[in-house]
Design a protein around this ligand. Structure first.
Ligand SMILES: [Zn+2]
Length: 216
């Protein structure tokens, strides 16, 4: 892995968990949001002196508005939360289950430029297990919001905990922030790692087994 990584532990107190999730007010429907953003984005382009009659630019405001609402910020709409089917843990599988290298694309809420990373998620099953592709979908849902990496880590962990009714969940995220690598100090070698370990993953043995699986 690259050098200069920072490890931030996002271990929350129990009381603060509520506050760590993003507050989203779903006041407008998607079509209304797209219309408004299209108009505002056109204004931004005009202020920057761009020629909105240019063939190549004429549809950009609409394109950006749709992309914001339907794609890169679709996780702001609670209706897009993935429906998750749980399966009975028939085999009484009691070891950790690790889903690693889940690629995600998010955007930093401070600069609105991409955060590109990988999430590694593990849990120890109780009575139920979750379809593996659903873990990817949960990561994607929370990534598709204006984010900070610490909150993304906690939101994913909290969702898996509440779905599976277990505290035994670990999430590690490694990401490149384009606001760091492409602007400002232009540090192209740094990446940021965040982690949350709960329940049995707070024990050194279990935590290290997980970190070994993900090659850390
Ligand atoms: Zn940023």
């Amino acid at each position: 892995m690259k050098q200069n990584g920072t490890l931030l532990n996002t271990q929350p107190n129990k009381e603060s968990q509520e506050n760590e999730s993003m507050k989203v007010s779903p006041i407008l429907d998607d079509a209304h949001k797209i219309d408004l953003i299209e108009n505002k984005f056109r204004e931004i382009m005009e202020i920057m002196g761009l020629d909105l009659t240019d063939d190549s630019l004429i549809d950009t405001p609409k394109r950006v508005a749709k992309m914001y609402v339907k794609e890169i910020f679709s996780g702001l709409n609670p209706a897009n939360k993935p429906a998750v089917t749980l399966f009975e843990n028939k085999y009484q599988y009691k070891e950790m289950l690790v889903e690693k290298d889940i690629t995600f694309y998010s955007n930093c809420e401070h600069h609105f430029v991409p955060i590109i990373g990988k999430a590694h998620v593990a849990y120890i099953a109780n009575s139920h297990v979750i379809g593996l592709s659903k873990i990817n979908r949960i990561v994607e849902f929370y990534a598709k919001r204006p984010q900070v990496q610490e909150r993304l880590t906690v939101e994913i962990a909290n969702e898996i905990k509440s779905l599976l009714n277990t505290e035994d969940v670990a999430v590690v995220i490694e990401a490149d922030h384009l606001c760091v690598s492409s602007r400002g100090i232009k540090d192209v070698n740094s990446d940021t790692t965040t982690a949350q370990f709960s329940g049995k993953f707070e024990e050194a043995g279990t935590k290290n087994e997980f970190l070994t699986y993900i090659g850390k």
